[in-house]
Design a binder for this molecule. Structure first.
Ligand code: SF4
Length: 395
């Protein structure tokens, strides 16, 4: 029988697991801290646990992290890791250092079934959902790997922010996402505040409501178009959950959100969604001059498109991005233009591709674009070793 992966549990789950082994509840908290705060994977080294419990854990459990296939470092300090998650699938995780924070961009699925036109992951199709352990492992690995590498003093975190903006639509893997978010937020693990954990969604309306009720963290919505006709094409999920429903869900989310605004991501595509008329339509959309009654508190993040071979799309010229931002800003909407990070290692937004087995042939199903190659030509083939258990010394 496969060993239990301790990264699969939030604290409630680990408590139930420990009780099933006949241990007291507080042992789960101790174990949780060893794994997540101290990065210890060898149960024998968890010195404040009873010897009999350590022996039991050592024979039944492990901290299993997907095998690291490669690490690439950008000139700007961004680091991209490629992990093997088995079955021919590989996922990517990106660390983005800034002066006052360290942000980790985490993947939630091997591939993605949504199939946004401008997204390299979407063009690869979908293979499977990641398990909770595979989501948490990205943070576990990055935090403890970087602490060692950067020789951070005790108590200083390497990762201060997590954005669920890597490969996959996190709200289409909700069952695994929710415990993973709880691990990120737990004071006995990473202790991140709700404001510093962001879930980005293309607009899975029912799950936005679930997230609000279960674990409200910061919410980012991939908008990319000011009206349904265009969004149906760019973000196919819009055909199921059109803009009016999506914005209503955003408004409901704000009642519980840790921030008093929703962040809208808007990828700037030359000649597609970047005209001044599009900007004016966006203002109408969020400020209640269209179908909505009230302005929606929001910020816009304009993302210069990172081209990849299969997309057939081009980034808007810099001057047009600025002019587009000015229309939003003149309407009183806080608008930023995202700095492109890690584009020399294909780690920029929308460039994460990993390597997945497309089990849904999503690219072929994309109406009218069946001829687009599924796998971008610049993604190297991945030949993966088996999963590994990372053994780390106790502090
Ligand atoms: S942008 Fe997000 S939801 Fe759309 S295809 Fe890419 S990973 Fe999926």
């Amino acid at each position: 029988m496969a060993a239990v992966n301790l990264l699969d549990f939030d604290l409630a789950g680990l408590t139930a697991f420990c009780e099933s082994l006949g241990e007291k509840r507080f042992r789960a908290t101790q174990l949780f801290r060893w794994v997540h705060q101290h990065g210890v994977s060898d149960c024998a080294q968890m010195s404040d646990l009873a010897k009999s419990f350590r022996d039991r854990l050592s024979t039944t459990c492990e901290v299993r992290v997907p095998a690291l296939l490669s690490e690439q470092a950008s000139a700007d300090g961004t680091i991209k890791w490629l992990f093997d998650v088995g079955g021919g699938d590989a996922i990517e995780t990106v660390f983005i250092p800034e002066d006052d924070r360290g942000t980790l961009c985490v993947s939630s699925q091997a591939g993605c079934a949504v199939g946004c036109r401008f997204c390299s992951t979407g063009h690869q199709g979908f293979s499977r959902n990641l398990r909770t352990a595979e989501i948490v492992a990205q943070l576990w690995f990055a935090e403890h790997h970087l602490r060692r590498r950067l020789q951070l003093p005790e108590g200083v975190r390497a990762i201060t922010n997590v954005v669920m903006m890597g490969m996959g639509e996190p709200l289409q893997n909700y069952a695994a996402l929710l415990p993973a978010l709880r691990v990120m937020l737990d004071d006995h693990a990473y202790g991140l505040s709700r404001r510093r954990v962001t879930v980005s969604t293309s607009g899975v309306v029912p799950m936005i409501d679930r997230l609000r009720d279960d674990c409200p963290v910061a919410l980012a919505v991939s908008l990319h178009a000011p009206h349904d006709a265009l969004r149906d094409d760019l973000v196919p999920l819009n055909r199921k959950y059109p803009l009016a429903e999506l914005l209503a869900a955003c408004e409901r989310y704000l009642a519980a959100a840790p921030r008093d605004f929703i962040t809208f991501e808007y990828c700037m595509l030359d000649g597609v969604n970047d005209s001044l008329a599009h900007a004016a339509q966006l203002v109408d959309l969020v400020q209640g001059r269209g179908a909505r009654a009230e302005p929606l508190p929001c910020k816009f993040n304009l993302i210069p498109f990172n081209p990849f071979p299969a997309s057939g799309l081009v980034c808007s010229p810099r001057e047009r991005v600025k002019a587009f931002a000015a229309v939003l800003q003149d309407a009183g909407i806080v608008t930023t233009i995202r700095k492109t990070r890690g584009d020399d290692i294909d780690a920029a937004c929308g460039q994460l591709a990993g390597e997945v087995q497309d089990r849904t042939r999503v690219a072929e199903r994309r109406s009218g674009r069946a001829a687009i190659p599924i796998i971008p030509a610049d993604v190297p083939p991945v030949r993966a070793p088996a999963q590994q258990v990372l053994e780390r010394p106790a502090r």
